[in-house]
Design a binder for this molecule. Structure first.
Ligand code: NAD
Length: 297
């Protein structure tokens, strides 16, 4: 049976573990915080997962196939943890980082064998969202990329192999390009948050899970896209710093769901709706997979 160790029992680590447990892997989850370990045990329930303190992994875990670090997004901490992992695990163990966007060149600076390092960027909730961005570091061996992609695919994930490391990889670049324009539209008084959500969900949103933007362009016609791009691009927001509106919201403590207010009020009804929406995610994923199998037929 394949073995996996996840380092950091937070939001991401715990749900990454749940995915691999569901796929039948033998999994260890490591965290120095007793509170985090207890919270992870509560989420994972009776699932057969070893949840331990750092340093408590026995020698039978030496030859673990894959180790994924999911500790907080702090460069120095991640570098220290990765160097410890390199010393702890056998040379054939693949060392993966779930960083949201720290550069692989920075993350691997203290490694003696950076050829076995790869960024494996999971999405929240990691047990449900199929895609994982796989990003090579400057020294990553092609074989490590291929093996990581293979084992992720075998576990039921959809690995997306990037050819190079760029800030934000693919998904965060697209998400932030979209959000920059959303903030701009609000700032210009064109629409409020509710209207932007309505148009996004009920126009491009309903199609995106089934086709993706590039396929969608083929459907619409690239000549039409070019004509629109010629007059539209000069008018799109191209600012190089975060939007003022975003900074103002954060300064006012309006952080969204976690603080009770963001663009919406997070009362009990909205909290319940958000939880219900997450429960619907598997159904959306099932339909998107069905769309892919239609394509094969
Ligand atoms: P989190 O704060 O919820 O969890 C981090 C965990 O790491 C904590 O439980 C902490 O106790 C533990 N930790 C700290 N030092 C440690 C050490 N030395 N060894 C082992 N564990 C240690 O953070 P998160 O949201 O799960 O994010 C983890 C990583 O995943 C970050 O790099 C983040 O950028 C990335 N990420 C997060 C999301 C998201 O939506 N939250 C999505 C994709 C990627």
């Amino acid at each position: 049976m394949d073995r996996l160790a996840v380092i950091g029992a937070g939001i991401m680590g715990t749900r990454i573990v749940r995915h691999f447990l569901n796929a039948g892997w033998q999994v260890a989850l490591v965290d120095p915080s007793a509170e985090a370990r207890d919270a992870a045990r509560a989420v994972l329930g009776d699932a057969a997962c070893l949840v331990v303190e750092v340093g408590d992994l026995g020698p039978d875990w030496d030859a673990t196939r894959l180790v994924i670090e999911a500790v907080p997004e702090l460069l120095d901490l991640k570098r220290r943890v990765l160097a410890d992992l390199e010393a702890r695990f056998a040379p054939q163990t693949i060392l993966a980082s779930n960083t949201s966007g720290l550069a692989s060149a920075d993350l691997t600076r203290d490694l003696r064998h950076p050829d076995r390092f790869v960024i494996a960027h999971f999405f929240n909730p990691a047990d449900l969202v199929p895609a994982v961005e796989l990003v090579p570091g400057p020294a990553t061996r092609a074989e490590v990329m291929r093996d990581t992609a293979d084992l992720l695919a075998r576990s039921g994930k959809m690995p997306a192999v990037l050819k190079a490391d760029v800030p934000g990889f693919i998904a965060n670049r697209l998400q932030h390009a979209l959000m920059r324009e959303c903030f701009h539209l609000i700032d210009q008084g064109v629409a409020d948050a509710e209207t932007i959500d309505l148009v996004t969900r009920w126009s491009v949103g309903v199609r995106l899970a089934l086709t993706g933007p590039m396929l969608q362009r083929d459907l619409n016609g690239l000549d039409t896209h070019l004509r629109i791009a010629e007059y539209l691009y000069p008018d799109l927001d191209a600012r190089q710093t975060p939007p003022d509106l975003l900074a103002r919201k954060v300064a006012a403590g309006e952080l969204g769901r976690k603080s009770g207010r963001g663009f919406y009020d997070w009362d009990a009804a909205r909290q319940a709706q958000a939880a219900a929406t997450e429960r619907m995610l598997p159904e959306v994923i099932r339909l998107a997979r069905a769309a892919d199998s239609t394509e094969d037929n």
